[in-house]
Write a protein that binds this ligand. Sequence first.
Ligand code: C5P
Length: 233
Amino acid sequence: MKYNKQLIVALDFSDEKACLDFLDQLNPDLCRVKIGKELFTHYGPALVSSVQSRGFEIFLDLKFHDIPNTVAAAVRAAADLGIWMVNVHASGGRAMLEAASDALPDSQAPLLIAVTVLTSLGEQELKELGIADKPEDQVIRLASLTADCGLDGVVCSAREAPLLRQALPADFKLVTPGIRPAGDKADDQKRIVTPTDALARGSDYLVIGRPITRADNPGAKLASIIEEIQAAS
Ligand code: C5P
């Protein structure tokens, strides 16, 4: 299997120095990185800039969800940071998704993807929110809406990827967390998939955190995951 920099390392650190020391052990030609709400709330655009100056492309995982005008402005602000990918909540609805998509300049725009159903929500929680459908049906509905509104892809579980791959255009990006190399511990993830399996199921990008951030030698761990991908036929 070809390795095209599909790995996105989740920078789930609370401390800037720990984060940057960690990045100094990784090669930016071999992975991208994800900055989420905790790091961004603590350190903001200055951290984005420090990470970029080390050569890394950034997925800014802030999951915007607000009225269309506000989300459009937030997505534009993210694009101004020169990041590679940004996301919104698909449940913000058509007008919000279209406004977000329209807000991005055509050239050098970050990829714009959407979160469908949070994996922390099951059938019971959806019922409480007035959604009678099964989570997977709601995922397909929101992913189809996302594609229809011109966004580039969705975050989804690798287990849902084959279904979404069938239902959506071939260039629609599927970004999947919950990845564990063969033999690694699951941590708090309930339904894990190996990197190779996730790519075989149709994922385009794999978000992977603790197996790399908590490894004794993060650079070697990243290299071993890439080898695992390349060894798969
Ligand atoms: O350490 P681990 O590989 O489990 O980290 C996965 C990353 O992906 C974390 O940043 C987590 O917040 C994120 N994520 C997830 N499941 C989702 C969406 C995002 O684990 N459904």
